[in-house]
Design a protein around this ligand. Structure first.
Ligand SMILES: *[C@@H]1O[C@H](CO)[C@@H](O)[C@H](O)[C@H]1NC(C)=O
Ligand SMILES: *[C@@H]1O[C@H](CO)[C@@H](O)[C@H](O)[C@H]1NC(C)=O
Ligand SMILES: *[C@@H]1O[C@H](CO)[C@@H](O)[C@H](O)[C@H]1NC(C)=O
Ligand SMILES: *[C@@H]1O[C@H](CO)[C@@H](O)[C@H](O)[C@H]1NC(C)=O
Ligand SMILES: *[C@@H]1O[C@H](CO)[C@@H](O)[C@H](O)[C@H]1NC(C)=O
Ligand SMILES: *[C@@H]1O[C@H](CO)[C@@H](O)[C@H](O)[C@H]1NC(C)=O
Length: 525
């Protein structure tokens, strides 16, 4: 026992001397880094560091990573062991035959630079953010050819090399989004079905099909696909500055957006990253897959928040399966059974009405021509029916669980989702003949808002025209909706509909109810 403990004890004694290690320049074979605070190798200009990043949620776990060394906001551009964080005291060593090798204190290998073909002479953290292993006359391995979720200026990705998102801002486990240069030369953004590698239908297509070789992010901050005939298919529309003055990076963010960020070098490191370009504009509408849940988890609804980022929310009566994963699936908090129910279905279930919400790909029946009343009744009496989408005035789509591809979309031809919920869980306002007017006055005073966000990625005059057109459109749609839905649903505060443009195109509607549940409150119209 004492013998077995000895190596561990002596190892712990050694730790303090090597805990703060910052080497600049060439790394020689045999050099090592330990997974402790502030342990890194710095590039000559000090712009980039390669080393161990302490995870936020567990201070005893470390990520082998590359980050900007001169800015305060820790921004990681490459990482090796997202799926296998290194326990405190793990050791990274530069070896001549295997390149970099990362071992736990117990000697278990967590990661290494695979397929080294030759003898490693030295390692270099260079000023472009590339960590390279050099042989006598060639580069044997480089982080630029083994990217994580980010591509840096002067980096290029060959066919077959992809960017893979992280699970969340601070959780570096593999996420489900990928940027892939397909064999047909088309650059796409797509999701995979974790934990497998199955690629779903892409949610964004850069339309670069042809004989394309590489995705290039050049020194000036332009992202393009380079074709065999040496022509470029430029993806990023604008770059507003010189790479001498700005750090640029293109990151496939954890929420699936591919974003070109810039950061002014001439700051004290306390500036922040600015979005220069981003795709897709509305990932909720862009993504529709047949063999997965879509952007959000099952039964969830995707929408774009006022900051232009996609969010996922469970409808009322549904709760997150994993309370810590807001992008995950939602479960109904009641079970609908096809056995004999304890009471009449009318007493057990009601409908939550959600405007402009749909779950494509979960249909099992289309009934038409049907009135909304018939649609409700049919879903109510049908023990298979989880939600009915009443659309286009006479179409009733019945859908089964799990619901997939949930999204908020104003382009659904007045779609109304009738979501079956257990009656105990919904507050149904009593109907009275004078209900609409009285309720409307009260609602007028409430200042909570519904954000109807349409991301159109345009600007200036075009944007203004679109704002005007869409405001007008909404106005009429809601006018119409009010007339057709008032009997069950109360009143629309259409006079308060306001549209404006800041980055994207956004309409605001003051509503009763919670801001966080923008759709679920729509039924309070
Ligand atoms: C670092 O390695 C490169 C390539 O082997 C070499 O040209 C350079 O002189 C080395 N620099 C230092 C400071 O040793
Ligand atoms: C690591 O660096 C930070 C900032 O330079 C410093 O505040 C902290 O004390 C250092 N930690 C250790 C263990 O050296
Ligand atoms: C990171 O996310 C993965 C996937 O959901 C999860 O299994 C893991 O526990 C998370 N890690 C931490 C430390 O939260
Ligand atoms: C280069 O190739 C692309 C497609 O592969 C084609 O559209 C384009 O016309 C070609 N350009 C030249 C100059 O050959
Ligand atoms: C990067 O690409 C853009 C667009 O083709 C070009 O204008 C610029 O000169 C390129 N920069 C470098 C350093 O090659
Ligand atoms: C179901 O969810 C609603 C809120 O969404 C909650 O008020 C209700 O208590 C839940 N019911 C059960 C049985 O968990």
């Amino acid at each position: 026992m004492a013998l077995a403990l000895f190596p561990l004890v002596s190892f712990l004694f050694l730790l303090p001397t090597s805990s703060v290690s910052q080497t600049v320049g060439n790394i020689t074979v045999g050099a090592s880094l330990f997974a402790v605070e502030n342990s890194s190798w710095i590039s000559p200009s000090r712009d980039f560091a390669f080393g161990f990043h302490q995870l936020e949620h567990n201070k005893d776990l470390f990520l082998l990573a590359i980050w900007y060394n001169n800015i305060l906001e820790k921004t990681i551009v490459w990482y090796a062991n997202g799926d296998k964080p290194a326990p405190r005291g793990s050791k990274l060593q530069l070896t001549s035959d295997q390149g970099l090798v990362l071992n736990t204190p117990q000697g278990e290998q967590l990661w290494n630079t695979q397929s080294i073909n030759g003898v490693v002479d030295s390692g270099v953290m260079d000023d472009s953010g590339n960590f390279m292993l050099l042989g006598s006359d060639s580069i044997l391995w480089e982080s630029f050819k083994n990217p994580a979720d980010t591509i840096l200026p002067s980096q290029s990705l060959d066919k077959g090399v992809f960017l893979s998102s992280r699970h969340s801002e601070t959780n570096f486990t593999s996420g489900k989004f990928r940027m892939v240069l397909q064999s047909d030369g088309n650059l796409v953004l797509t999701t995979i079905n974790l934990p497998s590698d199955h690629l779903n239908e892409h949610y964004y297509d850069f339309n670069t099909a042809g004989n394309s070789d590489q995705v290039v992010f050049n020194e000036s901050g332009y992202l393009f696909v380079l074709r065999e005939n040496n022509t470029k298919s430029i993806l990023t529309s604008v770059v507003t500055g010189s790479a001498k003055d700005f750090y640029y990076r293109v990151t496939l963010d954890f929420d699936g957006l591919l974003i070109l960020y810039s950061y002014p070098k001439a700051s004290n490191g306390d500036a922040s990253w600015t979005t220069v370009w981003s795709q897709p504009d509305n990932i909720c509408i862009a993504s529709k897959v047949t063999t997965s849940s879509g952007f959000c988890g099952f039964n969830s609804i995707c929408s774009i928040n006022s900051g232009g980022r996609p969010i996922c929310e469970c409808p009322k009566g549904y709760t997150l399966l994993d309370p810590t994963d807001q992008y995950g699936s939602c479960k109904p908090n009641f079970t609908q059974t096809c056995e004999k129910e304890p009471a009449a279905v009318e007493d057990l279930y009601d409908f939550q009405v959600l405007f402009n919400v749909d779950w494509p790909e979960a249909d099992y029946a289309l009934l038409e021509p049907f009135t909304e009343g018939q649609c409700r009744e049919s879903c109510l009496q049908d023990c298979m029916c989880a939600v009915a989408i009443f659309r286009s005035g006479d179409k009733c789509w019945k859908k089964k669980l799990p619901l997939s591809n949930g999204r908020f979309d104003t382009g659904l031809d007045g779609a109304k989702a009738l979501l079956k919920v257990s009656k105990g869980d919904v507050h149904v306002p009593p109907l009275s003949p004078d209900f609409p007017n009285q309720e409307m006055k009260k609602k007028d005073q409430d200042t909570l808002i519904l954000v109807l966000s349409l991301l159109l990625g345009s600007s200036g005059f075009v944007n203004f025209i679109l704002v005007a057109a869409i405001c007008l459109g909404f106005y009429f749609i809601y006018q119409k909706k009010r007339k057709s839905t008032l009997p069950q649903n109360g009143g629309v505060v259409e006079s308060n509909l306001r549209c404006f443009s800041y980055k994207d195109l956004v309409c605001l509607l003051p509503f009763e109810g919670g801001l966080s549940s923008m759709y679920t409150e729509v039924n309070e119209f």
